[in-house]
Design a protein around this ligand. Structure first.
Ligand code: G3I
Length: 376
C-alpha cells in the first residue's frame, strides 16, 4: 500500500468523530511508519507486544530475527507444558525450557512460561494417581519447575483453560485430573504455591473462548469474573487474566460487550494479557487476497476493542508467521478432519516468506490509533 494512503487511512481512522488529523510528523513521532516493529508501535500505546515461540524456531535464524525485531516479550509454546517438562512421575526434562530461558536471557527479552496446569492436556501418569497423590505432585511440580527458573520468568500461566461450562460443574469448571482431585481449590493451591516458589513472577490465569459473544462465551466471562473475585477474597495473588484471543470469524464478536468485560476485569485491579492472538481462516474464502483482508479485519476489530482498556498490558500472537502456526501442524490436521485437503492456513501477521500481510498493517493501525488515543 502507498505510504501516503496508509497514513491517510490511519489518520481517518483516528480522526473519525474527532478533529484530530495527525500530520505526517505526528505519525512519525508516534512511530507509526509502516516499517516500525510491532513492539515499538505497541510500546507507544503502553502495550507490550509479543508472540509465542518454540525451540524449533531457535534453529531458524530468519524467523528468530523477525521475532526479535517485533516482539518485546515471548511466550513458550510447548517447553513448559507437563507432557514435555514432566513426562513421567518424578522425572523432569528441562532441555526445551532451558533453551528458551537461555535464548530469552541472551536476547534480554522477557519470557512468559506457558503453562503449569491444563486439565485438557495432562500427561497420562497424572490421571493414574489418587487424589492425594495428585495434590502432592502438584506441589512438587510447582516447587521443582517454578523454583528452577525463579527470578527469570516474566509471568507464569499457572492454570490454563480452567472452564468448560458443558460439564455443568459449579462455576463452569472443566473436569479433569486436577479438578477431579481437588475441586476448584486446585487453582488457588497452584497459585499460592507458585507465589512462594517465585515471588517475582507475575501469576496469570489463562482463559480461552471468552471472546465469543454467545452463551458459551458469556458463561466463560462469568466464570472468570467469579473466580477472580474468589481468589482475591481468599488473598490468593493473581496478577493478570490471560485471554487467549484465538479468533474465529464464524463466531459472533461484539466489540462493545468485550470491551466492557475487560473493563470489569480492570475494576478488579488485575491486568489483562491477550496471550494467543490469531485468526482461524478455514471458514473464509480460499482466495488469498480476500482471505488476508478478512483476517486483517478481524485483527482490526478485536484490537480496537481491547486497546480501549488501559489494563491491557500485553498483546501476544500465537507464533508470528503462518508457517509456524499451530493451524499448520500435523497435530492440528489430525484433530481437525474437516480441514480441506491441501489447506494452508494464514492466521498471522507474516506469511511463509516472513513478509508483512494486511494483518500486520491492521495491527500497526490499531497500535498507532491506541497511542494517539492514550496521548489525549
Ligand atoms: O513433536 C511431535 C511430533 O514428533 C509428532 O510426530 C507429532 C504427532 O502429531 O506430535 C508432535 O507434538 C505435538 C506438538 O503440538 C507439536 O506439533 C503434540 O502432539 C501436540 O499435542 C502439540 O499440540 C500443541 C497443543 O497446544 C497441545 O499442547 C500445539 O502445538 C499448541 O499450539 C497448542 O497451543 C494451545 C495452548 O497451549 C493453549 N491454548 C490453545 C492453544 C491451541 O490449541
Amino acid at each position: 500500500m502507498r505510504r501516503g494512503a496508509w497514513i491517510d487511512r490511519r489518520a481517518a481512522l483516528v480522526g473519525v468523530g474527532a478533529s484530530l488529523a495527525l500530520a505526517r510528523s505526528d505519525v512519525a513521532s508516534a512511530g507509526c511508519a509502516s516499517d516500525v516493529s510491532l513492539g515499538a508501535l505497541a510500546q507507544a500505546a503502553g502495550v507490550t507486544f509479543g508472540c509465542s515461540i518454540g525451540v524449533d524456531a531457535l534453529s531458524d535464524p530468519a524467523y528468530t530475527a523477525l521475532v526479535l525485531h517485533h516482539a518485546r516479550i515471548l511466550t513458550s509454546d510447548l517447553a513448559f507444558k507437563l507432557p514435555f517438562i514432566n513426562p513421567q512421575r518424578g522425572r523432569f526434562d528441562f532441555q526445551r525450557a532451558d533453551q528458551l530461558v537461555a535464548f530469552a536471557d541472551t536476547n534480554r527479552i522477557p519470557l512468559r512460561a506457558h503453562t503449569l496446569f491444563w486439565d485438557l492436556a495432562n500427561p497420562q501418569w497424572v490421571t493414574r494417581l489418587t487424589a492425594r497423590e495428585r495434590a502432592y505432585e502438584m506441589d512438587r511440580i510447582v516447587d521443582t519447575v517454578v523454583g528452577r527458573y525463579r527470578g527469570r520468568i516474566h509471568s507464569w500461566d499457572v492454570v490454563n483453560e480452567p472452564f468448560w461450562p458443558g460439564f455443568g460443574e459449579p462455576g463452569g469448571f472443566r473436569k479433569g485430573a486436577w479438578y477431579d482431585a481437588m475441586g476448584e481449590s486446585y487453582v488457588m493451591r497452584a497459585f499460592k504455591r507458585a507465589a512462594l516458589a517465585d515471588p517475582a513472577a507475575r501469576l496469570v490465569l489463562n482463559c480461552d473462548m471468552s471472546e465469543r459473544d454467545d452463551a458459551l462465551g458469556h458463561g466463560i466471562r462469568s466464570s472468570i469474573l467469579r473466580l477472580v473475585e474468589r481468589m482475591q477474597d481468599a488473598g490468593c495473588r493473581l496478577d493478570a487474566v490471560g485471554l487467549q484471543g484465538h479468533l474465529d470469524p464464524s463466531l459472533p464478536f461484539e466489540p462493545g460487550a468485550f470491551t466492557a468485560f475487560l473493563a470489569r476485569l480492570a475494576e478488579r485491579k488485575v491486568d489483562v494479557y491477550i496471550t494467543e492472538l490469531d485468526v482461524l481462516d478455514t471458514g473464509l474464502p480460499r482466495d488469498v487476497a480476500t482471505r488476508d483482508a478478512a483476517v486483517a479485519g478481524q485483527y482490526a476489530t478485536f484490537l480496537d476493542a481491547v486497546l480501549k482498556v488501559p489494563a491491557v498490558k500485553i498483546v501476544a500472537t500465537w507464533q508470528l508467521a503462518d508457517a509456524k502456526s499451530w493451524y499448520r501442524s500435523e497435530w492440528y490436521r489430525s484433530v481437525t478432519p474437516t480441514l480441506p485437503p491441501g489447506w494452508r492456513s494464514r492466521p498471522l501477521p507474516f506469511d511463509d516468506r516472513l513478509q508483512a500481510k494486511p494483518a500486520y498493517r491492521a495491527m500497526t493501525d490499531a497500535f498507532c490509533s491506541a497511542a494517539a488515543m492514550r496521548r489525549r
